[in-house]
Design a protein around this ligand. Structure first.
Ligand code: CA
Ligand code: CA
Ligand code: CA
Ligand code: CA
Length: 421
């Protein structure tokens, strides 16, 4: 189920024209990323000398004795990734073959700051050593859930992001796909702001914290992974999709520049009120793209003649953009099909697709539309240079009227059968 959803998401992203991109985060990113083994033998509130391994090149996890702490600075994805397609955690296994759960650290620790190393022999964590975990600012607790190891349901989510096994991977690495709502996960992580200068991951390293991360929790087996202090540092490989850019002229945001958008432009010019939040200022002269701060017939001209997509294709099979006033069926030609539409909806329709060539003036299919159709009848894509002779147009208009008179009586019945969109 999860897999099929993923594939669906990928298809949706690709269909919208977006690219799937990948970003890899390592332990060398801005927040001191990784890490530590958080360690606590039972029977102690905590024992400072073995809180964790701090700057060790290894991360250890062993059941209830030690949990591995991992963090990655994914803030570079903030505002960039709209859909997270896949998140893979790559860990190099030093030793130990066993099952390991990966948990997300909970929001309960968001008020904590990272830091405080364990002082040798002291009861309280003090700055300066190479140990780290979260602590409250009052230094009474190391985690929101209290002393000791972080607790399920309080300090980390009870449901793991994933579970994996290191059998056969010692000396190599395992790629661990994370589960759950990855978009939410990465969005939250990327929104986390690092706080510089609090805590003391280690005095020599400085400290930044974003209070987001993961815990590695093994079964009883001792499993060691390379930490950010080693060459084989952990990696978080995020595959994401960015939202496709809506093309200029698709005012309804559906990615298509079609008859609906011509109607929206018409509404704007007629009423002076923008129907949607899109940018309608497409041109200043009706021929070249650009803006002049005014929404008028020039913008409509540019939309109709250069931007709208037609069903016609060029020699390479690519859609031809731009047509002429009167191409109500957007097939790239002003022909009988357009006249038929106009006739069908004469007196009853209001859309471009129904024959309203001048919606920028009115919401009716009327003589003005027939006149426009007659003006451009016979023209084709980019038909500005293919306008027929005036005499032909007049004859055509007259002929068209004859057709209309025959058809207008059928309009009401026909309307329900014709797709007006
Ligand atoms: Ca559209
Ligand atoms: Ca304009
Ligand atoms: Ca047509
Ligand atoms: Ca009209």
């Amino acid at each position: 189920m999860k897999g099929s959803l993923l594939i669906l998401a990928l298809i949706a992203v690709c269909a919208g024209g977006a690219q799937a991109l990948t970003m890899t985060f390592t332990g060398q990113d801005a927040w001191d990323t990784t890490i530590a083994s958080v360690r606590m033998p039972s029977g102690y509130h905590y024992a400072p000398s073995i809180l964790n391994y701090g700057k060790s090149d290894r991360i250890m996890t062993r059941g209830t004795v030690s949990k591995g702490l991992l963090r990655f600075d994914v803030s570079a994805l903030n505002g960039v990734a709209d859909v997270i397609i896949d998140v893979t955690l790559r860990l190099h296994v030093n030793s130990g073959e066993g099952t390991v759960n990966v948990y997300r650290i909970s929001d309960a620790n968001s008020g904590w700051e990272e830091g405080s190393a364990a002082g040798s022999g002291g009861m309280w964590p003090i700055p300066g050593n190479n140990a780290t975990t979260w602590r409250s600012k009052a230094q009474t607790h190391l985690w929101a859930g209290g002393f000791g190891l972080p607790q399920s349901g309080t300090d980390f989510d009870p449901v793991p992001l994933t579970t994996f096994n290191t059998t056969g991977s010692v000396g190599s690495y395992v790629d661990i796909p994370l589960g759950g709502d990855l978009t939410e996960l990465i969005t939250t992580w990327s929104n986390s702001s690092a706080t510089s200068g609090v805590g003391s991951f280690s005095v020599s390293q400085g400290a930044n914290t974003a209070n987001e991360g993961m815990l590695l929790v093994s079964d009883g087996t001792s499993v060691y992974f390379s930490s950010a202090e080693s060459a084989n540092m952990p990696e978080l490989i995020v595959t994401y999709g960015s939202a496709p850019v809506v093309p200029a002229g698709s005012f309804d945001g559906d990615m298509d520049i079609d008859a609906d958008d011509i109607d929206l432009m018409g509404d704007y010019i007629r009423t002076g009120i923008a129907p949607t939040a899109a940018n309608y200022d497409l041109s200043e002269d009706g021929v070249n793209g650009g803006t002049d701060g005014t929404i008028d017939i020039k913008d409509m001209d540019y939309l109709v003649r250069y931007l709208v997509e037609t069903s016609a294709v060029d020699g390479d099979g690519n859609a031809i953009f731009g047509t002429q006033y009167g191409d109500f069926n957007l097939d790239g030609e002003i022909e009988l099909g357009d006249l038929t539409r106009l006739g069908t909806y004469y007196g009853v329709g209001d859309k471009w697709s129904e024959g309203n060539a001048n919606r920028y003036l009115d919401e009716d299919i009327e003589l003005g539309d027939l006149t426009i159709l007659g003006t451009y009848y016979g023209a084709s894509n980019g038909g500005v240079d293919a306008i027929p002779e005036p005499m032909t147009m007049s004859l055509l208009a007259l002929g068209g009227l004859a057709v209309l008179k025959r058809r207008s009586g059928q309009a009401e019945n026909s309307r329900s059968r014709v797709d007006g969109s």
